[in-house]
Design a protein around this ligand. Structure first.
Ligand code: 4NP
Length: 157
């Protein structure tokens, strides 16, 4: 049994690629890399083909995550077929995905932080135009969400 998960934000250069590398790390540590397929994408098209934002890469590297090989891509209608679970970083991303969802698609479409209810926070805040602490905050929230997501998916494998 394999489950596939796509993390989605706006640009695919800050939040969703962070979620991709953190979740991949947790999945590997759990020995489940053969069972869980992981990717990320953005609803916007501005950064297609680019590496993650240098500030995001730096924050991730400080906790041991290497994001240098990732390249941004845009989410497409085909992703609703290809993935079992689509996880939006914020409410705008969720609304954009809901608007794209083809009739009859039974993908699981949620906010990523639905898996971190104890955080009391629903959205991973966009760090792009903020200060440096925004990037550490993204990592904190993503690490919390990744733990909860792994536990939830374990039950479905
Ligand atoms: P992300 O951050 O959605 O977490 O990748 C952003 C990246 C770029 C922009 C906005 C958010 N932008 O407006 O270019």
């Amino acid at each position: 049994m394999t489950l596939s998960v796509l993390f989605v934000c706006l640009g695919n250069i800050c939040r969703s690629p962070t979620a991709e590398v953190v979740f991949r790390d947790r999945v590997r540590a759990a020995g489940l890399e053969e069972h869980i397929v992981i990717d990320s994408a953005g609803t916007g098209d501005w950064h297609i083909g680019r590496a993650p934002d240098p500030r995001t890469q730096e924050a991730a590297a400080s906790r041991g995550y290497d994001m240098s090989g990732l390249r941004a891509r845009q989410v497409g209608v085909a992703d609703f077929d290809k993935f079992d679970v689509l996880l939006a970083m914020d409410d705008a991303n969720l609304a954009d995905l809901q608007a794209m969802q083809p009739a009859g698609s039974n993908v699981v479409l949620k906010r990523f932080l639905d898996y971190a209810p104890q955080s009391g926070i629903r959205e991973v805040p966009d760090p792009y135009y903020g200060g440096e602490d925004g990037f550490a905050r993204v990592l904190n929230l993503v690490e919390e969400g990744a733990e909860g997501l792994l536990e939830a998916l374990r039950e479905r494998l």
